[in-house]
Design a protein around this ligand. Structure first.
Ligand SMILES: *Cc1c(COP(=O)(O)O)cnc(C)c1O
Length: 450
């Protein structure tokens, strides 16, 4: 039985799949934070180059991938699809488990799939520098790498607690030429305001986004780049699911369930949207987004208009949210600590096409260690949520006397997260309950729209 399914370089997808024209209803408009009117392309021009703004709002089903971008992606794409035979044996399951592995990229996750085209379109528009935020450092590394490919300077506002906890991600960003600051900084109004309230603030993704957006908006030669959530980011990630479809065909199977972990929604969108297209055309397939119980955006959040950042500078998006003020507990899956979600994924959840599920931190590490022991790959703490969900699917199928085909996205490796594994192995890892009071306090501050 083959263990892996590989595609030749020339089968790297030629187009990105835009889900918008296939949705049951048009997406809710994005609103200007000042006027509360739908944003126009020009409103976004200080932050993004026009090519990306067009992709953000496009209703074209297939968008060609420029040759320069395909050439850059071909360094590691098409990524492998594995059949998890050893994991199946450990679980003694009758189900077939497949995983698409995105940890083969230079920075070790799916994020370069969008960092590369974002850097390409910015460079083409004559932009000199990109400003961005990063939590655990995966996105900052990916953009730093992409900046090198296309000759762009990159400034990263890194959430302070991660800046201190994950020094090697910081080193990698600097090796790839980026400038890295611990956020909140004293370089922006947004940062100074937070430091004024709490000089020892640990920072959050919401705060770091405010700083990066302000940096871009106040510098002529600088634009902003976001690693998840937005439509064009989800769009760029659809190479993952398109490849997986071709690889599942090589394996002669079609998944009963497709799983991704969910922070802002981009790796989930990447693997799931091409299958969602099949589902909306009548195919039977379940789509499952796995998130942490400590930041349960899809399973406990409301579907409402909210800001993407703490400083209320971004446009308002209709999405599942825990409120822009919500400060998630310090779990190790830093990439899943975001109060909001992709508006597209949120709409699919609201329409009943995607299911959310939440797992506590320790159960995910337990699944990750089981997986590493079977398959060898050490997963990112974020990806461990997808592994946990896949294992639960297999166990449930066995209990029901069924055999299922399960596909999940292994969004990255955990080679920079060994401190977290040490804590887990030493029995020192905390589990966080659902932070009900913090969520309720934050939800009370949702903007009143409509
Ligand atoms: C950033 C990150 C995530 C979460 O982001 P999404 O946009 O929800 O995919 C998941 N896995 C890894 C490895 C990451 O780096």
């Amino acid at each position: 039985m083959p263990l892996k399914y590989l595609l030749p370089e020339d089968q790297l997808p030629s187009h990105w799949y835009n889900i918008i024209p296939d949705l049951p209803s048009p997406p809710a408009p994005v609103l200007h934070p000042g006027t509360l009117q739908p944003v126009k392309p020009d409103d976004l021009a200080p932050l993004f180059p026009m090519a990306l703004i067009e992709q953000e709002m496009s209703s074209q089903r297939e968008i060609p991938i420029p040759e320069e971008v395909r050439f850059a992606l071909a360094r590691w794409r098409p990524s492998p699809l594995f059949r998890a035979v050893a994991l199946e044996q450990k679980l003694q399951t009758r189900s077939h488990i497949y995983y698409k592995y995105e940890g083969v990229s230079p920075s070790g996750s799916h994020k370069p799939n969008t960092a590369v085209p974002q850097a390409f379109y910015n460079a083409k528009a004559g932009v000199r520098r990109l400003a961005t935020e990063t939590g655990a450092g995966q996105w900052g590394c990916s953009l730093a790498f992409a900046g090198q490919l296309f000759g762009l300077a990159v400034t990263v506002y890194m959430v302070k607690i991660s800046y201190e906890q994950k020094p090697y991600r910081r080193s990698l960003m600097r090796t790839w030429g980026a400038e890295v600051f611990a956020s909140p900084t004293d370089k922006t109004n947004a940062g100074r305001t937070i430091l004024g309230q709490d000089p020892r603030s640990n920072g959050s993704l919401g705060i770091a986004i405010s700083e990066a957006v302000e940096d871009a908006a106040t510098h002529e030669d600088t634009k902003y780049a976001l690693g998840s959530v937005l439509n064009h980011v989800c769009l760029h990630q659809t190479v993952v699911g398109q490849e997986a479809q071709a690889q599942m065909k090589l394996a002669g199977e079609y998944p009963d369930v497709v799983i991704g972990c969910h922070g802002g929604g981009s790796n989930f969108a990447g693997i799931a949207f091409p299958f969602a297209r099949d589902k909306m055309h009548g195919k039977k397939v379940r789509l499952v987004a796995a998130e942490p119980t400590s930041c349960p955006t899809l399973t406990r959040g409301v579907y409402a208009y909210d800001f993407g950042d703490t400083g209320k500078m971004t446009p308002l998006m209709k999405m599942h949210t825990l409120g822009h003020d919500f400060m998630p507990p310090g779990i190790h899956a830093g990439g899943l600590r975001y109060h909001g979600a992709s508006p597209l994924v949120s709409q699919l959840v609201a329409a009943g096409l995607v299911e959310g599920i939440a797992y506590p931190q320790r159960a995910c590490f337990e699944a990750a260690v089981l997986f590493a022991g079977a398959e060898g790959i050490l997963p990112a703490p974020e990806s461990s949520h997808a592994i946990k969900a896949a294992i639960e699917e297999a166990r449930r199928a066995d209990a029901e006397g069924q055999q299922r085909v399960i596909l999940f996205n292994l969004s990255g490796h955990g080679h920079f997260d060994l401190g977290a594994y040490d804590q887990y192995l030493a029995g020192q890892l905390e589990d966080f309950e659902y932070p009900r009071e913090a969520v309720e306090a934050s939800m009370a501050k949702l903007p009143k729209v409509g």
